[in-house]
Design a protein around this ligand. Structure first.
Ligand SMILES: Cc1cc2nc3c(=O)[nH]c(=O)nc-3n(C[C@H](O)[C@H](O)[C@H](O)COP(=O)(O)OP(=O)(O)OC[C@H]3O[C@@H](n4cnc5c(N)ncnc54)[C@H](O)[C@@H]3O)c2cc1C
Length: 528
């Protein structure tokens, strides 16, 4: 059996950072296990590849939730990256961090915004913004949009006409306002976290990266994690960890792996015939996600994506432009603009996030309506009160976990979403969109509060930010402590989006990278 100092499970946003940072020390032997492949294909590199990688399960786990009672019992779609880079290889590349107060509200030593800001800055390679709030030398490139799409300005003008403020930095002193999103791209290409942190160091002799290796469970010597059992190419094998095992399998699969390894609610584990190592009922609890409602307009313009002759011609022209100068439509992250707004001016910080998309984004792009020209405006509730859970559907490590976000189980979330819906409509109805607007699809009849509520129940979907299932906390009920160590066992940590005690109010990739940067320092004993 191979032996390493650290065995990392999951080569996603967090796992790539950790594998890269820990293997900087040539005296440490690091092994990274990733269920998917290398993530170097054009579907990952060309930003527009998102049109194929999000809807279809090529490099995507393509999970589904349990039926959601408050969403007309729909089973909603949950894409997650299955490849080195994880979800950062299929995400919309938006670089935001949430609100400073989100981290302060975690209330944990070492995790206030002041304390985590140096880790955001260490990771960030921002081409435009620097100073107090931004890093310019980090491995993760952050750039302004490369598309030059005129619809960005139309959106900004419409938001101004609807009375909303603007900003050119969502991650500076003040989050509030609409603007063009900065993206984790360089030279017009997607820069997944694998590309930023891992691919450049794959030749290190002390780093072993096994792709196509799916972890089945953590192995223990007594209560100490000693290795990982995984399957690869039809064989079951294992690796040994001298120091620690670190789970970076994401908000759905890190808790699943804990449970498969005997850490979870004892009664539930017994029901699946799994020997109980540690009764930790919080494992898998506390699932939070950003639920999102989208308003979509048809448009006649080839500035939006679509399958008309003009749209196809535009794409072909832009394919040549992409080859020449890495600009144009192929660099689109689709959700090119957006913002953070208050549903009530009296609120201390924004509670709604908008994503403005230059395409018809209906059902995650999984229907032929994707071929119509149009634009979409998403509104999500940033601080959901609803809490769900991840649990086992089977004791088979190859089975998907049972994902139950319990969307809208707290009625307060519905109220915020209704306000978000109305704000999005005010922007789309503003004069700036007049030259583009044809008709509102799907939701045109939703005018009264009751109709808007029905539209939300019928149509709301995830905006892809599950977190909180291996909650960090100082209390006995938490899954990991403030150093990300799993409670009640030794030599096992969780480092990914699952440890957020409360979902931050923004997109979750940069915060996950920050968590992993800080975890690397915690493991090296150099954390601030
Ligand atoms: C479609 C989509 C759009 C998004 N858009 C944005 C955006 O624009 N901006 C933003 O900031 N965030 C966005 N996000 C969210 C962000 O990308 C994620 O929050 C972040 O990548 C999570 O990182 P992670 O390390 O927790 O998990 P992941 O990056 O999902 O990594 C988990 C990894 O573990 C692997 N794995 C799982 N189980 C096993 C196992 N048993 N054995 C071995 N390997 C395993 C997976 O294959 C995967 O590679 C988006 C996400 C999606 C899905």
């Amino acid at each position: 059996m191979d032996e390493f100092d650290y065995v990392i499970v999951g080569g996603g946003s967090a796992g790539c950072v950790l594998a890269s940072r820990l293997s900087e020390d040539p005296n440490l032997k690091v092994c990274l296990l990733e269920a998917g492949g290398e993530g170097r294909g054009w579907g990952v590199k060309i930003p527009l590849g998102i049109m194929f990688t999000v809807p279809w399960p090529f490099i995507n786990w393509g999970f589904k939730t349990l039926p959601q009672p408050e969403l007309d019992f729909r089973r909603t779609y949950q894409p997650r990256g299955r490849v080195l880079g994880g979800s950062s290889a299929i995400n919309a590349m938006i670089y935001t961090r949430g609100h400073a107060s989100d981290y302060d509200a975690w209330g944990l030593p070492g995790w206030s915004y002041k304390e985590v800001l140096p880790y955001f800055k260490r990771a960030e390679g921002n081409a435009r913004l620097g100073g107090e709030w931004h890093g310019q030398e980090g491995p993760l490139p952050v750039n302004d949009s490369y598309t030059g799409n005129p619809l960005q300005q139309v959106f900004l003008d419409a938001a101004r006409q609807a009375g909303f403020p603007q900003t050119d930095d969502f991650n500076g002193a003040n989050q509030e306002g609409v603007g063009i999103y900065q993206v984790t791209q360089k030279e017009g290409e997607r820069w997944s976290v694998a590309r930023a942190y891992l691919h450049p160091v794959l030749s290190r002799p002390n780093l072993k990266v096994l792709t196509g290796a799916r972890a089945r469970r953590v192995l223990f010597a007594g209560s100490r994690a000693s290795g990982v059992e995984y399957s690869r190419g039809g064989r079951i094998e294992s690796v040994q960890a001298r120091r620690e095992v670190i789970l970076c399998a994401g908000a759905f699969q890190s808790p699943q792996l804990l449970m498969l390894s005997g850490i979870g609610d004892a009664a539930e584990l017994k029901r699946f015939g799994i020997p109980v190592l540690k009764h930790l009922p919080a494992a898998g609890e506390g699932l939070q996600d950003h639920l999102d409602i989208t308003l979509i307009h048809r448009a006649n313009s080839a500035d939006t994506l679509g399958g008309s002759p003009a749209g196809v011609l535009r794409l072909l022209r832009d394919a040549l432009r992409f080859r020449r100068e890495r600009r144009g439509m192929l660099t689109t992250n689709i959700a090119e603009a957006g913002g953070f707004l208050k549903s009530d001016p009296k609120l201390p910080m924004p509670d709604i996030q908008l994503h403005f998309c230059v395409a018809v984004v209906h059902n995650h792009g999984r229907t032929l309506r994707h071929l119509l020209h149009g634009y979409s405006l998403h509104a999500c509730a940033l601080r959901p009160r609803s809490r769900g859970r991840v649990s086992l559907a089977s004791a088979d490590p190859m089975a998907a976990p049972a994902i139950d976000p319990r969307y809208l189980s707290d009625a307060a979330d519905l109220d915020v979403l209704k306000k978000g819906f109305k704000m999005a409509r005010a922007i789309l109805d503003a004069p700036a969109f007049a030259p583009y607007r044809r008709s509102e699809m799907f939701t045109a009849k939703a005018q009264t509060d009751a109709e808007i509520e029905a539209a939300i129940r019928a149509r709301a979907e995830t905006i892809y930010h599950p977190a909180g299932t291996c909650r960090m906390g100082a209390d006995a009920g938490a899954v990991v402590d403030a150093e990300l160590k799993v409670k009640g066992v030794e030599a096992l940590r969780v480092v990914d989006a699952s440890v957020m005690p409360r979902l931050i109010a923004g997109n979750t990739n940069a915060p996950t990278v920050m968590i992993a940067e800080k975890a690397a320092d915690l493991l090296r004993g150099t954390a601030s």
